[in-house]
Write a protein that binds this ligand. Structure first.
Ligand code: SF4
Ligand code: SF4
Ligand code: FES
Length: 276
């Protein structure tokens, strides 16, 4: 977020009056393959209200502004503190976490409207809840873990510089939220798992491949990860539009990660050519 965005949001927070009514316009869908429609609800805003608290208010009394009783809106959430990524949805056209989205910043005046939609790159389960399984599948595809069995003590790990720890720490803050994939023109919706192993893995998985390739023990699987990333749906599918890095709520340097993995894949390609 830019300094201008921060300033605009702080100004909106200062001007917002508790007790005002705002309109929450929600894209509803009863299940996979079902048609969607919009419903609008009026909610009363108290200081500190966020999207989740508005959805809870709607769930307690699911009546639209037209006075029609409907079903409670369905959404996903877990930590409620921007750590698990589960509550990610498209808010006024941009994917972000609904638990940290303050109404005072988005709808500071009486009658303001906020539009909520599910992310478009993942299959809708119902309403605002999407199935993000493909992201976890991609982590498995890339063996994004440290290969130890954990059944006995291996003693102290290798020593590392604080710079190396710091750069890995940033990558480790990924919460698998999907914002980078929602913004990526190369990452497309796949309704079924049939194409998951050949379609673009996306910036999130590439960032995690770099995280584990940079880990002294995780690097044992470095070549296996690079082989997958050199194949169909790998790093060469990135079109370098750089949308991902602009929207990541954890400010993970995704384009740097993509470039680093691209270089490693090139070296791996040469090594393989000269040693095979
Ligand atoms: S840089 Fe690559 S991964 Fe990021 S948004 Fe663009 S195409 Fe997608
Ligand atoms: S890289 Fe950033 S935007 Fe992408 S899933 Fe991780 S936290 Fe979300
Ligand atoms: S509920 Fe976990 S990030 Fe919002």
């Amino acid at each position: 977020m830019t300094t201008t965005d921060h300033a605009a949001r702080a100004a909106a927070r200062r001007s917002a009056k508790p007790g005002r009514k705002v309109l929450i316009r929600v894209k509803r869908c009863e299940g996979p393959g079902k048609p969607s429609r919009f419903e609008t609800f009026a909610v009363t805003i108290e200081r500190g209200a966020n999207i989740i608290s508005c959805l809870q208010q709607i769930a307690a009394n699911p009546v639209t502004v037209e006075g029609t009783r409907t079903t409670p809106v369905v959404w996903d959430s877990g930590c409620l503190e921007e750590v698990c990524g589960a509550c990610t949805m498209v808010i006024n056209g941009k994917a972000r976490q609904s638990c940290s989205c303050l109404i005072d910043e988005y709808a500071p005046a009486e009658g303001d409207v906020i539009t909520l939609e599910p992310m478009s790159k993942f299959p809708v389960v119902r309403d605002l809840w999407v199935d993000r399984s493909r992201m976890f599948h991609n982590l498995k595809r890339l063996r994004a873990w440290v290969p130890i069995d954990g059944t006995y003590s291996l003693g102290a790990g290798p020593r590392e510089s604080s710079d190396a720890q710091e750069s890995r720490y940033k990558l480790s803050t990924c919460m698998t939220c999907g914002c980078c994939l929602e913004a990526c023109p190369q990452f497309l919706l796949a309704e079924t798992p049939a194409s998951w192993d050949t379609s673009f893995v996306g910036a999130q998985a590439i960032g995690q491949a770099l995280l584990f390739n940079s880990h002294p023990t995780g690097a044992q699987l470095k070549n296996e990860r690079l082989e997958v990333l050199m194949g169909p749906g790998g790093v060469s599918d990135c079109g370098n539009a750089q949308n991902c890095v602009k929207v990541c709520p954890k400010e993970i340097p995704l384009t740097e990660a993509i470039a680093a993995i691209g270089r490693a894949a090139t070296i791996r390609g040469f090594t393989r050519f000269f040693t095979s």
